[in-house]
Write a protein that binds this ligand. Sequence first.
Ligand code: SF4
Ligand code: SF4
Length: 437
Amino acid sequence: MIKRSFIGLTEPKLKCDLVEPGPKEPEAIPIPPRLILLLNEPLDSTKETLVKKGDMVNKGERIFLYKESKEYVAAPVSGTITTVAPFTGDFGELATYLVVETNAKQDIHKSFTESISIPDIQTADSYLRGIAGNPPLKLLAEAADGAKSNGINIKKIIISGIDQDILCTTRQFALTRFRDELSKAVAFLKQLTGISDISIVMPDALAKLSAFNGMNIVKISSDYVDSLSPMLMDKYLGISFVPGKTCEELGLCFISVEALFSLVKSYSQKEPVYEKIITIIDKKGKKSRVSATIGTPIHRIFTKIGVETAEKDRIIIGGPLRGVAAYTLYYPVTPDMDTLMVQDSSVIPTISDYPCINCGKCVRICPTNVPVNVLVRYLEANLYQDAADSYDLFSCIECGLCSYVCSAKIPIFQYIRLGKHELNKIELEMIKEAENV
Ligand code: SF4
Ligand code: SF4
């Protein structure tokens, strides 16, 4: 693997949008009659599931597929399970979806209220995975438990008040909304995790607000690539990016401001927080913000706030550079869904299977100096290992800029994500095999 240093962009830099001054409260979307939950474990036709059609669940109750399952999804409402079915996610990964029909009466699950008392990372992981903002509880709990840490030693937590794509402002909104309580929330996080090195990262423009005085603030520019974790770590925190290693493997854990406040509130109110703040961008680029229960099908949001969608329009989860297309309007709100965007069918950028014309735009714009024009040839030919060994696949920080500028409209970013996914899958299989020997 070739290691390359970061270089500045040579193309004009894209800027991130800033949250508007004095933002309004998000519009609350009513809890729908049916919610869709995604559970990150595939169904196995040879085994009987613990959860069945007709089962009653209470809000905050954990739903496991099998006795030996380690993954769970928590019920965001009290209701009745009406469907347990296979689901195919990104890159054909198999999972399970459940439909919960909402009850009129909303009770909190007993074991949740009994267990959530004193902040403790293992209990938080056992009961609060999947609350709004998706706090990295599994990572923090495993890192705290020597036996499960897999060599990951989290030394520093970064509370992120910056968004991950150019038009998104959900995290900045959460930062301005909760700014007066941030100091107490940091103290809570220290108690919960036992980690005392905690900083808050935010755009320079917001750091001027007096509410943040006395806190450990990292101010960053509004340049789009600066907002991405590996770049931020390298440029502002003095921790060098190592291709092929995650920020977590380098001792750093990111948590969004919204996720932190969901945690704080889940403890203080003794009720898990499942209302997710989402920035909505309509076809004309107009932004609004909603608060919707996790599991709400996204068409309910569009209908409630009057965002029109037509056949062949593209619904993007995330922003224009890094987002992924949703193939159905029944896709549910997920704990980490910060942005939903609708693109009119007439303006969807075309993708093609034309060959690369070697214009070099991708190479010039790449912030990590990846030889994208060569890399893409290997990825197109499914030569993933060669792409990683000789053409810097793992130096890519997934900014999406190469796809954005590509003259031949090659979906380079998608090829890169697929290549990394396939290699990670092979590595996981090899680890499993080694464990079973
Ligand atoms: S997505 Fe493209 S431009 Fe961005 S870091 Fe990766 S290879 Fe470079
Ligand atoms: S931008 Fe597209 S066409 Fe131009 S060199 Fe890169 S891959 Fe080839």
